[in-house]
Write a protein that binds this ligand. Structure first.
Ligand SMILES: [Fe+2]
Length: 243
C-alpha cells in the first residue's frame, strides 16, 4: 500500500514478542510481522504482551518478557525498527497495590490498561475511575482499544470511563468500513477524545499489522491531518513526553 508522506509511523499496540501470549508464536512469525509493519512505513513499535495478574506476578511476567525480548532484539535491530517494551495490563481491583511502574512502556510513565469484556456497571466505572485517579499524575493510563468493549457494554459506559485522566487508544483494524464500531471511533476522533492508534496485531493472517489501511480510511473520512495528529501524539508518548 502506498504511503502518502514520509513520516515514520508508530504502532502503539502489538503482540509481536514471540512465545509470550496469544500473539507471535515464534521468532519466525515475529520477523514476518516486523516486515509487514516496515512495508507500511512503521518504524516504531510499542510491544504490549498481555499481562494477567491471575496468571503471573509482575516479576514472573518481566522475566518471561525479557526471555522473549532476547529473541526479538536481533530482529528489530536487523530491520531498523525502534521498539519499547510494555504490557497490556488487564484491569482488576487487585492491581491497585502492585508495582505498576514496572509495567510502564519503556522508560515512560505511560501504562496500557485493558478493561474486562463485560457490561461495565456504574460501580465498576466508579472503582476504575478512582484507580486511574490514584495512578495519575505519577503514571498515565492508556485505555487499550476503547472501541472493542462496545460488543459488551454501552457507549455511554465507555464515555464515562474516558472521563478519567486517561489517554485513549484505538485499533486500526476496527476502522474497516463494515466494522460496527467505526462510527463510535470516528465520533471519538471528531471530539478529540482518541489519542493513539495501534494495530493490536497478533499474527500475519487473522490479526495482521494493518496501520496503512487505517491511515487510508482516516485520511479519507476525516483528514490526513487527523491521522498525522495521532502519529504525532504517538511520537510524543513514545518519547515519554506529556501530550
Ligand atoms: Fe492487545
Amino acid at each position: 500500500m502506498e504511503i502518502t508522506d514520509n513520516r515514520t509511523l508508530t504502532d502503539f499496540h502489538s503482540h509481536i514478542l514471540p512465545g509470550i501470549d496469544d500473539g507471535a508464536k515464534d521468532a519466525e512469525m515475529s520477523e514476518k510481522m516486523l516486515l509487514a509493519e516496515k512495508e507500511q512505513g512503521v518504524g516504531r513499535i510499542v510491544l504490549t504482551p498481555h499481562f494477567y495478574l491471575q496468571d503471573n506476578s509482575v516479576e514472573q511476567f518481566l522475566e518471561k518478557r525479557a526471555r522473549s525480548a532476547e529473541k526479538l532484539a536481533p530482529l528489530t535491530e536487523k530491520h531498523g525498527i525502534e521498539v519499547k517494551y510494555g504490557a497490556e495490563v488487564l484491569y482488576t481491583g487487585s492491581l491497585a497495590d502492585k508495582e505498576l511502574d514496572k509495567l510502564c512502556i519503556g522508560d515512560t510513565r505511560y501504562i496500557m490498561i485493558e478493561l474486562p469484556y463485560r457490561q461495565l456497571t456504574d460501580r465498576f466505572i466508579s472503582e476504575f475511575r478512582s484507580f486511574a485517579g490514584s495512578l495519575f499524575p505519577d503514571l498515565i493510563p492508556i485505555l487499550a482499544h476503547a472501541e472493542r468493549y462496545l460488543n459488551f457494554t454501552s457507549a455511554r459506559s465507555i464515555y464515562e470511563i474516558m472521563e478519567s485522566d486517561i489517554l485513549v487508544q484505538l485499533n486500526s483494524g476496527d476502522f474497516r468500513a463494515f466494522s460496527g464500531s467505526s462510527r463510535f471511533m470516528y465520533d471519538l476522533l471528531r471530539k478529540d477524545l482518541a489519542h493513539l492508534l495501534g494495530t493490536d496485531c497478533h499474527n500475519i493472517t487473522s490479526r495482521p499489522p494493518n496501520l496503512a489501511a487505517a491511515q487510508k480510511a482516516i485520511s479519507k473520512k476525516m483528514s490526513a491531518d487527523c491521522f498525522d495528529r495521532l502519529m504525532r501524539n504517538a511520537e510524543k508518548v513514545f518519547a515519554g513526553e506529556l501530550l
